[in-house]
Design a protein around this ligand. Sequence first.
Ligand SMILES: Nc1ncnc2c1ncn2[C@@H]1O[C@H](COP(=O)(O)OP(=O)(O)OP(=O)(O)O)[C@@H](O)[C@H]1O
Ligand SMILES: [Mg+2]
Length: 465
Amino acid sequence: MTDVRTQSEVKDITRIERIGAHSHIRGLGLNDELEAKPVSQGMVGQTAARKAMGIILKIIQHGKIAGRGVLIAGPPGTGKTAIAMGLAMSLGDETPFTYLSGSEIFSLEMSKTEALTQAFRKSIGIRIKEETDLIEAEVVEIQIDRPASGEGIKMGKLTLKSTDMESTFELGQKMIDALTKEKIESGDVITIDKATGKITRLGRSFARSHDFDAMGPNARFVQCPTGDITKRKEVVHTVSLHEIDVINSRSQGFLALFAGDTGEIKQEVREQINTKVAGWREEGKAEIVPGVLFIDEVHMLDIECFSFLNRALEDDLSPVLLVATNRGITTIRGTEFQSPHGMPVDLLDRLLIITTDKYSDLELEKILQIRCEEEDVDIDENALKLLVKIGTKTDSLRYAIQIIMSAHLVCQKRKGTQVTIDDVKRSYMLFIDTKRSVDFLEEYKNEFMFHHIDNTGDDDSSMRD
Ligand SMILES: Nc1ncnc2c1ncn2[C@@H]1O[C@H](COP(=O)(O)OP(=O)(O)OP(=O)(O)O)[C@@H](O)[C@H]1O
Ligand SMILES: [Mg+2]
């Protein structure tokens, strides 16, 4: 493989913002000394865990150490996933962060190890410095010859100028399409990347500003470029190893990246890419940006995956592995053996362990308040107090969070603007929590089908007491 491509022409599609379970989290909320502020960036309490994560953040940012492993362990609903999201936010866009749930790797299309390998390679970024030839000029004229029949290949000519020169280029179908799509017209100042053919519009030329009376509010005027039309420029971009794999694997092609269906990638492709990347690093053309692979609900992995992780962590090109679980001592999937967190001790031995604790009433109140703001729900003080009480009594922060939206709907139904105690009460009666649901089952057990209590095995080993 002589020519390894690192860029594809298709851009990512912009995402639509929605309110998700963790959308209120904007970072870890640490100060410069890595001390956790009680409430900051949407994060509340859990200061020890956040501080520990801050140290991991620094390790990742320095990018020197490969293959560190961190485990976040704690009871359900104590913010393990939230802290991982906070870390992802603090890392910024440059550093890859891959989020995976333990059960996701059991799919029919791919073997478990292939799915894990891809996840590892998605979490390693390569910052590549490249020199590209860039055309930067003002458009003088675009001339497109349409075939008489109206169909067939279009041909055309593009005349460009800088302050010093003027030059005409032949246009093919692809360039004509690109120019039409970007709505380029004469008087625009544009750049064309010679390698990919990507056209970017910089603005309109000052010289043409008097041509138009009515300009849109977004019209930007720029100077006509000086000097030579073609320039060499250094561009820096970061891609993940997995993206390079996919773009260069012949059976897939870069379109597979956007379909999300990449299938298995041949080992030889990966080896060639590794060699190439090592070469670039030696020449100073590329740098490794180790990111984070976050596997939530890690107890869902089985013994084969765990031994794969052991090995993968020792690789040079390994990201920081972050895993989370709410399990206590339980069976390791694929074996009959019990182990802490359902993970083999040799893997646990390689991990730094961070724990999360139950929240105090004050912290619960703060989190619920933040969630109300996030969901745009106006709630009165007493109703919020009741929510906190519900959270403590049911032992479930999540249940209390769910009640916010339903209480809001109850409030809207009665055409109110602020959620009151009564709305929360109503919602509490409409939707029961796990404890009440269990009590209900106990009471009416004879009326349900397949009622069966297994006293021998204790399979539910989550850390909740
Ligand atoms: N310290 C916190 N600050 C702000 N929001 C929090 C905090 N802890 C938890 N939350 C919010 O509470 C909800 C439950 O937390 P989260 O999903 O992180 O729990 P978890 O520990 O991952 O639980 P599980 O073990 O069930 O996966 C989420 O909406 C989360 O964003
Ligand atoms: Mg979680």
